[in-house]
Design a protein around this ligand. Structure first.
Ligand SMILES: Nc1nc2c(ncn2[C@@H]2O[C@H](COP(=O)(O)OP(=O)(O)OP(=O)(O)O)[C@@H](O)[C@H]2O)c(=O)[nH]1
Ligand SMILES: [Mg+2]
Length: 207
């Protein structure tokens, strides 16, 4: 399955978010878990979302259109200690406000490192998503780093989240096709409750 995709804009506040009637799926997770890399792998465009070895690369909400009706939102990561406290706090507030209030949001794709598994932060985030009746799906990232024999234990660590699990790798492409199909299913299943303003057009910097 191939996807028409382009970078639309970057927003550092909720009022800067696009006014369009696309359904959105947010990609959330700890800093450096592989959100931007997975987005690029899903749409098959290297370098579309900026990635980095240094945690804390994505510091704003980055919107990417997919096809005619869908958008993926690359969220800044949480949990990275080595950025200034004030910035970490601003990023955390932006992410939680977006997840709590954004009307276009249909689902959240929560990324968790396959080797680490979910922790308190992820359970909290999952609770928030479910509290809004949004669909939650979970991707275990960087599966190229774990051996076959470790897979059952890995899957068990994710059980308590009680959400569909997609083991993935942006490096070797594992799990991408089932995940793409799932995202499209979500975008087809949700209609907007009320029409929003017209599509935003313009070239913007990615944050
Ligand atoms: N082995 C492996 N490395 C990966 C994979 N996905 C991402 N990485 C690496 O992990 C690092 C972080 O990737 P990003 O995609 O920038 O992570 P992010 O979650 O967007 O990070 P922030 O924007 O800082 O929150 C980079 O060095 C990537 O090359 C994967 O599937 N396998
Ligand atoms: Mg990123």
């Amino acid at each position: 399955m191939s996807l028409q995709c382009h970078f639309e804009k970057s927003a550092s506040t909720l009022v800067d978010c696009p006014r369009w009637d696309r359904r959105e799926i947010a990609i959330a997770g700890r800093s450096n878990v592989g959100k931007s890399s997975l987005l690029n792998a899903l749409v098959g465009i290297k370098g579309l979302a900026r990635t980095s070895r240094t945690p804390g690369r994505t510091q704003a909400l980055n919107f990417f259109t997919v096809g005619d009706n869908l958008a993926l939102v690359d969220l800044p990561g949480y949990g990275y200690a080595r950025i200034p406290e004030a910035l970490a706090q601003r990023i955390g507030v932006l992410m939680t406000d977006f997840l709590a209030q954004r009307v276009n949001l249909s689902a959240v794709l929560l990324l968790i490192d396959a080797r680490r598994g979910p922790r308190e932060e992820e359970f909290e985030l999952a609770g928030m998503v479910r509290g809004r009746n949004l669909e939650l799906i979970v991707a275990a990232t960087k599966c190229d780093k774990i051996r076959r024999g470790e897979r059952p234990a890995m899957a068990r660590r994710f059980d308590a989240l009680n959400a569909p699990l997609f083991p993935c790798s942006a490096i070797d492409g594992e799990g991408l096709e089932p995940l793409r199909r799932r995202l499209f299913k979500i975008s087809r299943a949700h209609g907007l409750a009320a029409p929003l303003n017209r599509h935003f057009h313009g070239r913007e910097q990615q944050g």
